[in-house]
Design a binder for this molecule. Structure first.
Ligand code: GDP
Ligand code: MN
Length: 362
């Protein structure tokens, strides 16, 4: 589960890592104290390049930019909140992260003086610029270990002490919260010598739900309320099925015909019209969705319920391309409903997938 930047920074603060002064909001603001940076709170990387990080010097300018961001999407994700923070006087930008290395089966700390930019790019071009340190998960991680990791890379000694302190606190957070990723990019050294987390990414391990209380986080609460299983993916074709296996197979077949799934959505067994409705609405929430593939093998699920749910949602989305394959319980009634509403229905999974891809190519 991914945390928003403002949530990650709240946690950093709790662990004693310095973060910029600021607040999160969905509204206009009344005043600012000096220049600010305004940041879209969306769960995608590279917001800076996509226009999701902007600066303002007056309250009018800030409000104009806040309004613009709140009415926009960054990489297909609607902006519902922005973070307004003091603009840091940046002297240097470093990269810092802790990940789980699945091959070594250990936490891996990564540090680079080439911060702020795309770290994958640094890894490709200047791999020697990334310092790596594996932590023995069975032993205590001590502050001197972080200092050892940072020495011999040309950093001034005051910086080594301060950054090592951030690493120590990050690792404590990583372990205590069952994180799978903690990233600070950039970790900023300011003109006046502060070391501040200017950005923050935290991913939490969903297998740790049983021993953690993640209810304070936005994504957790959103997910808890969904009456189906939903995993967001990078593509632009929504995939809905009933049963995990069938939904995965549906994703495969979309890929096979040249499409790219935007999600895995399993409505489960016996889904009502209302669940189908919510599912399709969830898929269409994202603006980059070009089409939706719906694949249902009805046992305890009823085709007529599914069809009614689809029809209800498509009334509000007349332009979206949908292709359905549906069989089993109440198939005839379901087919009739779809036919009467002009929704394409095929009797095999291949035909339905092919049909959708063809419609999208037109
Ligand atoms: P990302 O693009 O989603 O990773 O968003 P970031 O929070 O990392 O912001 C993108 C870039 O904006 C950073 O790499 C910085 O160069 C710049 N930036 C962010 N906050 C500040 C700030 O307070 N002061 C200055 N001068 N630059 C900032
Ligand atoms: Mn960043």
């Amino acid at each position: 589960m991914k945390l928003h930047e403002y949530e990650a920074k709240e946690i950093f603060k709790e662990y004693g890592i310095d973060v910029p002064k600021g607040f999160v909001t969905s509204n206009k603001i009344e005043k600012i104290e000096g220049p600010v940076v305004i940041k879209a709170q969306v769960l995608v990387g590279g917001r800076g390049k996509a226009g999701g990080v902007v600066f303002a010097h007056t309250v009018e300018e800030a409000n104009r930019k806040i309004e613009k961001l709140l009415n926009s999407s960054i990489k297909g994700e609607k902006v519902e909140k922005v973070l307004v923070e003091e603009k840091l006087p940046v002297k240097k930008e470093y990269y810092l992260a802790i990940v789980v290395d699945r091959v070594e089966k250990k936490p891996l700390i990564l540090f680079s003086t080439e911060g702020g930019v795309d770290i994958e790019e640094v890894a490709r071009r200047n791999p020697e610029k990334i310092v790596k340190y594996y932590v023995d998960p069975l032993r205590e991680f001590l502050p001197y270990m972080a200092r050892v990791m940072l020495k011999d890379h040309g950093l001034p000694s005051q910086e080594i002490v301060k950054i090592a302190d951030v690493i120590y606190k990050m690792y404590k957070l990583f372990r205590e919260m069952d994180a799978t990723l903690v990233e600070i990019n950039p970790l900023v050294v300011t003109e006046d010598g502060r070391v501040v987390a200017a950005d923050g990414v935290i991913h939490l391990d969903e297998d740790a739900y049983f021993r953690q209380d993640y209810t304070r986080f936005e994504e957790y609460r959103k997910r808890e309320n969904l009456p189906f299983a939903y995993v967001e993916l990078d593509g632009d074709i929504g995939v809905i099925g009933n049963g995990a296996g069938l939904t995965l197979a549906s994703m495969d077949i979309i890929k096979e015909y040249g499409g790219n799934p935007a999600c895995f959505l399993d409505i489960g067994g016996g889904a009502s019209e209302d669940v189908v409705k919510k599912a399709l609405e969830k898929v269409l929430e994202r603006e980059n969705i070009r089409g939706v593939f719906i694949n249902i093998m009805a046992g305890i699920t009823r085709c007529d319920e599914v069809a009614r749910g689809i029809v209800e949602v498509l009334k509000n989305h007349p332009d979206v391309k949908v292709s359905v394959r549906m069989m089993g319980t109440r198939e005839e009634e379901g087919r009739k409903i779809l036919r009467e509403n002009g929704i394409p229905l095929e009797d095999s999974i291949e035909k339905a997938a092919k049909k959708l891809i063809e419609m999208l190519e037109e």
